[in-house]
Design a protein around this ligand. Structure first.
Ligand SMILES: Nc1ncnc2c1ncn2[C@@H]1O[C@H](COP(=O)(O)OP(=O)(O)OP(=O)(O)O)[C@@H](O)[C@H]1O
Ligand SMILES: Cc1ncsc1CCO
Ligand SMILES: [Mg+2]
Length: 273
């Protein structure tokens, strides 16, 4: 399947997010909260940064999707993440794990491996994060939240993680990679300057959660669609931006304004293997 065959599905899923305004619970890192919430709002979804373990039993049954991101993990946040993930899985609600900066510490890696056991629908990281989480990287090599690998270097790690976890695995980068362990799809939308805005990857993970909620039975297609839409918004944003600060603003505006003609003409998706 190439761009032309993908593009109407990409548009339909964005349209469905706008129409349904899915409620997305985000237990995300402190750096990303603002951009994640604004990304979801501009895409038409409804964000809720509800992260107390005391609120999970009341709130999580009402959500349409969950995004868990360990970017600023501390021991007191882990029980909420696990409780929400467990409940979401139990209730059949899609959820995304973003193993942000997983190779920073043994504590973070162990936490992520435990979260993987709770059956995320999608695991979305950058190249280094997916390599570390799949166990195929060398220990002690980290650049924190930034990737020191191209996404394409993580294809085998992503496939193996998808097969061992049962999740769709997405690797963000110059080419976004999405795999269920068998199919490998490349999303070629986006611009390099998006790396210079903190939490674009975190925002993308939350957007994936929103897209999963409107197409839960096709997690690979939903993930590919969210990545293409976010990348297109970045491309349009860059045309208006003077640098990362204004790209952040124009990215959000472009996501809000995306129309069918633009989506259909800009989707760039290929089958990689
Ligand atoms: N070199 C690049 N060329 C084109 N697009 C890119 C490039 N790097 C990143 N992007 C775009 O930015 C998005 C976010 O990817 P990135 O790899 O920066 O996430 P991340 O490392 O998880 O970010 P963060 O941890 O800051 O949230 C990608 O999905 C892609 O659309
Ligand atoms: C900069 C940073 N540090 C921990 S999480 C985060 C946001 C990007 O993942
Ligand atoms: Mg990230």
């Amino acid at each position: 399947m190439e761009s032309k065959e993908w593009s109407s599905g990409v548009w339909t899923r964005l349209h469905d997010v706008r129409r349904g305004s899915p409620l997305v619970q985000c237990i995300t890192n402190l750096v990303s909260m603002d951009l994640v919430a604004n990304t979801l709002l501009s895409a038409g979804a409804s964000p809720a940064m509800v992260h107390s373990v005391y609120e999970v039993p009341d709130f999580t049954p009402h959500i349409h999707a969950l995004c868990v991101n360990v970017g600023t993990l501390t021991p007191d946040w882990l029980p909420s993440m696990k409780a929400a993930a467990e409940l979401a899985s139990h209730l059949g609600k899609p959820w995304v794990l973003d193993p942000a900066a997983v190779s920073c510490s043994g504590f973070r890696l162990k936490a992520c491996l435990e979260l993987v056991e709770l059956k995320p629908s999608v695991i979305k990281g950058n190249g280094s994060e997916i390599i570390a989480l799949s166990g195929s990287g060398s220990q002690g090599h980290t650049k924190g939240a930034d990737s020191s690998h191209e996404s394409t270097e993580a294809i085998e790690a992503a496939k193996s993680l998808a097969l061992s976890s049962g999740a769709v695995v997405a690797v963000s980068g110059a080419v976004d990679i999405v795999t269920d362990g068998k199919r490998v799809i490349g999303v070629h939308n986006g611009t390099k300057m998006m790396q210079k805005i903190t939490a674009t990857g975190c925002s993308l993970s939350a957007l994936v959660a929103a897209f999963l909620s409107v197409d839960p039975l096709q997690p690979l297609e939903a993930t590919v669609s969210a990545m293409s839409v976010f990348g297109i918004a970045g491309e349009l944003g860059e045309d208006m931006a003077k640098g990362p600060g204004s790209l952040r603003m124009h990215l959000i505006d472009s996501l809000y304004r995306l129309d069918e003609t633009t989506v259909l003409s800009r989707v760039k998706i290929t089958k990689l293997c």
